[in-house]
Design a protein around this ligand. Structure first.
Ligand SMILES: Cc1ncc(COP(=O)(O)O)c(C=O)c1O
Ligand SMILES: [Zn+2]
Length: 417
């Protein structure tokens, strides 16, 4: 069994794993606060005994592992993997070939393709770790608030692992995501309100019902789970990391997770420098951009066609802001029109149908590249976080329903007798 502790992002206090897990603390027991329409305070991160691990783990051996199977290096996770057999773990495998390389207008661009994950989004990384922890703790019911992907992911992972999922979503959820949740047999609660309302409701109900709560950032294992992409990028690039990574940001947990993965690798002495992390938000949902500009959080109801990154109060705002600052990155906003044309361009250039939220990453790249803010020698990576089939209504904008003709009408069209 590996040893780890929890560390509070805000007050920096350290807590033993037993204290946090046995008492079902999610946020810092001292300063943690979950308030309506506000980022969370006292989010916990997991810290390992890196010096001890360095003696057991070797960079070259690590780089020979296949990507997409995080349990192959159990020392870097807050889980006791000895209680799980291969059959359970193999249900959580991600594709090995996620890191794809392209040329775009002379530039080297790589894509981390999360569109082929078990439930077609990046969220499977967090759901897998949370579900394993629930099983380890002997909990059978897990809840989550979601714009759609975290919910469909948790529903899928729970179905595979014999757990019950309770999912709170805004009633405006795209129907593909709703149908995924329902198909996997999860309990779904449509909330007539925003994602922010669903988050707060899930929080209150789960506390009462004693469900294990997967709410993003609130459950520290969501950040920890999402770090696996950094390891997969490290392994797939054979240790040659990109210089800049574009990440779509809603609650700021994916960006914090990716930061955490690189942080671990640096602590292990396996990398020297962290890639610059560029947070890309939609103009109508850009609380992180505003926070970094003004130094204070202001709640503003969010609105964007990119439903997955539509949140007025990013729950992990403070950690995401740090990830940007520490890596010398940046937070930028892109318009819905830019997101849509980036979605079309990704399909056209890279042959991947990406969700609007994921397309924001490419829109962000185009914006900085047009402003000459990316040096030609810099290697760029885009995180393509979700599959375009998750929200097809938005893509109808550039895929108008084509004309329909009768059998004979088409024969006339092709000049066939
Ligand atoms: C496809 C997709 N991209 C990006 C994000 C943003 O992730 P985070 O909320 O952790 O910033 C989400 C979150 O739902 C998502 O589903
Ligand atoms: Zn604290």
């Amino acid at each position: 069994m590996n040893s780890y502790i929890y560390n509070c992002f805000n007050c920096n206090k350290e807590f033993s794993a037993e204290l946090i897990e046995d008492n079902f603390h999610y946020l810092c027991p001292d300063c943690g606060k979950a308030e309506k329409n506000r980022p969370l305070k006292g989010v916990l991160t997991v810290e390992y005994n890196y010096d001890e691990f360095k003696k057991k783990l070797n960079r070259e051996e690590f780089l020979r592992l296949p990507p997409g199977k995080f349990w192959l290096y159990p020392l870097l996770w807050p889980i006791n993997f000895t209680t799980f057999n291969e059959t359970i773990l193999n249900q959580l495998v991600l594709p090995e070939d996620q890191l794809l390389s392209f040329k775009y207008k002379g530039a080297d661009i790589s894509l981390m393709d999360e569109t082929r994950n078990p439930t077609l989004s990046y969220k499977d990384r967090a759901s897998s770790l949370v579900a394993l922890k629930a099983k380890e703790l002997g909990i059978k019911e897990i809840s989550a608030a979601s714009t759609g992907n975290a919910g469909s992911s948790l529903a899928g992972v729970c179905a595979r692992m014999g757990l019950t999922a309770h999912i709170f979503v805004p009633s405006s959820i795209p129907s593909a995501k709703r149908i995924q949740i329902q198909s996997f047999g999860a309990n779904i609660y449509l909330v007539d309100g925003s994602y922010d309302d669903a988050f707060d409701l899930c929080f209150e109900v789960s506390k009462e019902k004693k469900w294990y709560n997967r709410n993003t950032a609130y459950n520290p294992l969501t950040i920890e789970g999402k770090k696996s992409a950094a390891y997969d990028i490290f392994i797939s690039s054979k240790g040659k990391l990109p210089d800049i990574i574009f990440i779509p940001v809603g609650d700021g947990v994916i960006i914090s997770g990716i930061y955490k993965g690189f942080y671990d690798l640096k602590k292990l002495g396996w990398i020297e420098k962290l890639p610059k992390l560029i947070a890309v938000q939609a103009e109508g949902s850009n609380a992180l951009v505003r926070y970094l500009e003004k130094g204070k959080f202001e709640f503003k109801p969010a609105e964007t066609i990119a439903d997955s990154i539509c949140t007025g109060a990013p729950r992990n705002l403070f950690m995401a802001a740090d990830a940007v600052k520490i890596t010398n990155g940046k937070a930028i906003s892109v318009g819905d029109d830019e997101i849509l044309s980036a979605q079309k361009l990704i399909a056209n250039q890279f042959k991947i149908l990406a969700e609007p939220a994921s397309s924001a990453a490419f829109a962000g790249y185009l914006k900085l590249s047009e402003a000459n803010e990316i040096a030609s020698k810099e290697k760029v990576l885009l995180i393509i976080t979700g599959n375009g089939l998750k929200n097809i209504t938005v893509s109808e904008e550039w895929n108008k329903i084509p004309k329909s003709l009768s059998f004979s009408g088409w024969k006339d069209f092709f000049s066939i007798k």
